[in-house]
Design a protein around this ligand. Structure first.
Ligand code: OFO
Length: 169
């Protein structure tokens, strides 16, 4: 059985994952409206993955006798000044999610709830991978910008990366 505190923290995380879905869908829409179709595809895929993260948590709360509770989600920003700004915002968003996951892990450990601790390890690994991917993506964006090839090349690069990611899943 989940404690009341963990149930409420896991429910908060379900909502955070929903916020990620909404944010990345909006980013995808902004990219598409600018003609950055490669990046639009990348953010659509990110949104799909966040939905899976949300469903995993939803299922776990249910399985452990809790009641998943969905709350209000704040509207995301609708535009960014550049692709770099959108990717920087994505990295910062994921860093905030990593902190939320760490608090969950800490709570599970404090309560000696090893089942939840074990369940959360998947999220710890996922956050590591997402932050790593975004750091290397921002490095590529900076390299390309420095070389003066601009957004067209960035978009093509992101499109390749998205195809590779699709191939892995
Ligand atoms: Fe992007 O992360 Fe979910 O958990």
């Amino acid at each position: 059985m989940l404690s009341e505190d963990l149930t409420s923290k896991l429910n908060a995380q379900i909502n955070h994952e929903c916020s990620s879905v909404v944010l990345y869908l909006q980013m995808s829409a902004w990219c598409a409206s600018k003609g950055y179709d490669g990046c639009a595809g990348f953010f659509r895929l990110q949104a799909d993955e966040e939905k899976q993260h949300m469903e995993k948590l939803f299922g776990y709360v249910l399985e452990t006798g809790g009641l998943p509770e969905l709350g209000a989600i704040a509207a995301p920003p609708t535009s960014w000044t550049s692709l770099r700004e959108a990717f920087q915002a994505t990295l910062e968003h994921e860093q905030a999610v990593s902190k939320e996951i760490s608090i969950l892990v800490e709570t599970a450990l404090d309560e000696k709830d090893f089942s939840t601790f074990n369940f959360l390890q998947w999220y710890v690994a996922e956050q590591h991978e997402e932050e790593h991917q975004l750091h290397s993506l921002l490095d590529r964006v900076d390299m390309i910008t420095a070389e003066g090839h601009g957004h067209f090349t960035i978009d093509r690069e992101i499109s390749r990366l998205t195809q590779a990611k699709r191939g892995q899943s």
